[in-house]
Design a protein around this ligand. Structure first.
Ligand code: MG
Length: 158
């Protein structure tokens, strides 16, 4: 009943766009923000424009019905972002996914939060890490733990 879900490792938002363009139907994109759409450690002045530009880019794709930028972190003055998102336990109600919708794609750098949210929602998971060189130790440790459980929840999608 709760089998493994498809997962792709990608290296850039370009690869995400290509995947979405090749997919079927109007897709709902749920994207993590930190280390997925924006590098960590940015000032507020840099963070907002970068996140808004990434959301704009995803929304401009004709195969995208809706973009939900979802962070477990604080709001940081980006009003289009859902903050304190409680991933991986975010409810369908909070995401506005209780009615009908097309295929869901979740993008994120952390399997334990973004990946497990994708699995719960029966969504494709796109694993995108934009900085694994200079990130803080706690995030890196969490990612390694996620890699260990990855194969239990996901199968590679070619
Ligand atoms: Mg993240």
């Amino acid at each position: 009943m709760f089998g493994r879900m498809p997962m792709l490792d990608v290296r850039s938002l370009d690869e995400v766009m290509a995947y979405v363009e090749s997919g079927e139907g109007e897709q709902v994109i749920i994207s993590d923000v930190d280390n997925t759409l924006a590098p960590q450690g940015l000032s507020l002045a840099e963070f907002g424009p970068l996140v808004n530009a990434a959301i704009d880019r995803l929304e401009a794709n004709q195969n995208v019905a809706r973009v939900i930028a979802l962070t477990n972190g604080p709001q940081r003055q980006v009003d289009r972002m859902v903050s304190r998102g409680n991933k991986p336990w975010t409810s369908r109600r909070r995401l506005g996914l209780r009615g009908g919708h097309g295929p869901v794609v979740v993008i994120g750098d952390q399997v334990l939060t973004d990946g497990l949210l994708a699995w719960r929602l029966r969504a494709t998971f796109m694993h995108l890490v934009i900085d694994d060189e200079t990130e803080e130790r706690r995030q890196a440790t969490m990612r390694r733990a996620g890699r260990i459980i990855m194969a239990l929840f996901f199968r590679a999608k070619e």
